[in-house]
Each structure stands twice: as structure tokens, then as C-alpha cells.
Design a protein around this ligand. Sequence first.
Ligand SMILES: Cc1ncc(CN)c(N)n1
Length: 216
Amino acid sequence: MAVSEQRFSDWLRERCEPDWTSVVTHPFARAITTGEATDDDMRRYLEQDFQFVDSFTALLGAAVASADSFEARVPYGRFLGQVATTEEKTYFHRALAALGGRTQAPPEPVTVAFRRLMDEARAGLDYPLIVAVLCVAEWTYLGWASRAVEPLPESFVHREWIELHEGPEFREWVGFLRGELDRLGTALDEDGRRRVLEVFGQAVELERRFFDMALS
Ligand SMILES: Cc1ncc(CN)c(N)n1
């Protein structure tokens, strides 16, 4: 890849088609944006996602630890604080309570696989690989959530889940993650870029399978 000609993050995303487009246009994601995802479907999906968010939060901690500069550590720390103490945590508890869901449902195979990928990246403390997984998780979610049109669904379960993954702050966060990948990509050799692509691609595939699971 001629790094100067194309953003590394775009180069990665392009190599993950058609899965990338399948995620951001997934029927289940669209059903969230329209409010058509049933309470039963949302309960099953959020029960699994609550377990995803646990490993995701730990991965944010690994990003704080492995980032190569103080400037890079700060956004992870800020976002980690939000996920761990406010938005996603209170959202999950309110949504699962409203839907009669469990915080400790048996994990589906895709949840286990996604947690394994995140836990491996966390344990490896390899910063580019950690950013790759975080970037896929957030950029794909911005991708489907930004397709929602006003008026958003009335149900807070759908509406707040969209709002958590859209808006200026979330865009800035995704922009930061992409910028980190772009910056790191210029310093990586061919083998390093290939390793990032491998993990990036695994994460995109798991995002697609996660929505497939929610639909079944
Ligand atoms: C499976 C999954 N992927 C991404 C996100 C966005 N944080 C999420 N909540 N769940």
C-alpha cells in the first residue's frame, strides 16, 4: 500500500468488504433505527452485548496502558470513564430491566468469539492491534446509527442505543480512533500492516455475525 495516497483506516475498511457494508446496513441494525426490532429481539441482543461491553471496557484499559503517548491515552481514559460509569452502564441496566433481560445470560458462540478476540488483544498489549479492534467496534456502530432518520423511535431502548452511537462526541471519538490507525499505519512495515488487517478483518466479521445472531 502507498500509505501517502490513502488513509490506512480506509485501506483496512475497503479490504473488509462485503462484510463492512453488511454490518452497517444490517437488517437488525436497521430494525433498531426504525424501532421495528421487537422487545424480545432487543432483549436477546442486549443480553449478549452487555457481555461484549465488559471485554470492550477492559480493552479500553489496555489502550490507556499501551498507547505510545500521553495525548493518545487521554481520549481512551475519558471514554472509558463514560462507558464504565455512566451511559452504557446505566443504559444496559435500565433497558434490560424494562425488557426482563438478564445481565448474566449464557453467552452465544459469537459473543464468546468476540470476547476472545478482545481479550487476546488486551493481553498482548500491542497498541495497533488494540486500536484495530476498538476502531471496528465504534466505526461500524457509527455507520449504522448514522443511517437513522428523524423522528427516532419513541422507545428509549431503541432511541438511546442509536443516540449513544451517533452525534458530535461519538463522531469525534471515531475520528480519533481512525486518526490513530492512520498515524500508526505510516510507521508499520508490510508485515505490521498485514497483522493489523488480520485483526481488523476478524473484528468486522464478528460484528456481522453478532447482528446475524440477533436476527436469528
Ligand atoms: C457487538 C458490539 N460492537 C460494537 C459496539 C459499540 N460499542 C457494541 N456495543 N457492541
